[in-house]
Ligand binder design. Structure first.
Ligand code: SF4
Length: 267
């Protein structure tokens, strides 16, 4: 007789079985946090939480997979890379408590898509307006570099989250080449029709997909990842980040405000 026992969180097949069983985004988020399917990432997220960074010695790190953040009926999604070891892996909320998040949430606030410009911990009161942030890999990887095996292991979580978001989803801002290369095959497998050849990632690159029934568009916009490195080298400036987010909001038909609402950033 075939073994019908569901895989445990440690098993390689756990994400596929558990994700497909989630009937809502909150259910998916809860189940996701139990996943231990990638041995290297489980060891790293727990080791980071044990050793800690000197500035965070009094923190009890989250040290689990970090779920997406934002309303489950958001028309705009942002897709990043993975949690930071001392950011999301510490606070339990994506982009929260690290330099990338400092840049991203300030820009989201500036264009009217976040309730406040800072994100420090899960109880800080931050709310996103019509935006859901997620990622292809839900555990912090060493050097911010997941392997292709880890990316593929985590893929069912992303596929299911996008499927659950799909009824309201109109646009996705894709933060970096890793997210772009991961996302396109996931959307193609879900039946979204992509132009051929598939466009390469680029900052400001735009792509329109058609829904499986041929009636609904989904807009993708490329954006450099707001990493500390990209922001400090001005590969991506605050103004460029706001511009892309505003474009995403327009395509998602969200009521956003143009850059300039907040004068904290001059460029
Ligand atoms: S990266 Fe994804 S699949 Fe791997 S352990 Fe974390 S949540 Fe599970």
């Amino acid at each position: 007789m075939p073994d019908t026992t569901p895989p445990t969180p440690e098993a390689a097949g756990f994400p596929a079985v558990a994700a497909s069983g989630a009937r809502s985004v909150p259910e998916l988020d809860t189940t996701l946090t139990t996943c231990r399917a990638c041995p290297r990432l489980v060891a790293w997220r727990e080791e980071t939480a044990r050793v800690k960074r000197p500035a965070f010695l009094d923190w009890e790190y989250w040290a689990r997979p970090v779920p997406g953040f934002g309303p489950p009926d958001a028309p705009l999604a942002l897709v990043g890379l993975a949690p930071a070891a001392h950011g999301g892996n510490r606070t339990g909320r994506i982009f929260t408590g690290d330099a990338s998040g400092d840049a991203l949430f300030a820009a989201l606030y500036d264009v009217g898509l976040a309730s406040q410009p800072t994100a420090t911990h899960r109880g800080d009161g931050l709310r996103l307006h019509g935006v859901r942030i997620t990622m292809p890999v839900h555990c912090a990887p060493p050097g911010n570099l997941p392997t292709t095996t880890e990316r593929d292991a985590c893929r069912p979580w992303l596929a299911r989250e996008l499927a659950l978001l799909s009824p309201a989803l109109r646009a996705i801002v894709v933060l970096g080449g890793f997210a772009w290369q991961t996302l396109l095959p996931v959307l193609a497998d879900a039946g979204w029709q992509l132009p051929r050849p598939r466009p390469a990632f680029g900052h400001g690159a735009e792509l329109t997909l058609t829904s499986p029934d041929g009636h609904r568009p989904l807009h993708l916009i490329g954006c450099y990842h707001p990493s500390l490195r990209n922001m400090s080298t001005r590969t991506l400036t605050p103004a460029q980040l706001r511009e892309v987010l505003l474009r995403g909001a327009v395509l998602a038909r969200l009521p956003a405000e143009p850059p300039g609402r907040d004068q904290r950033e001059a460029t």
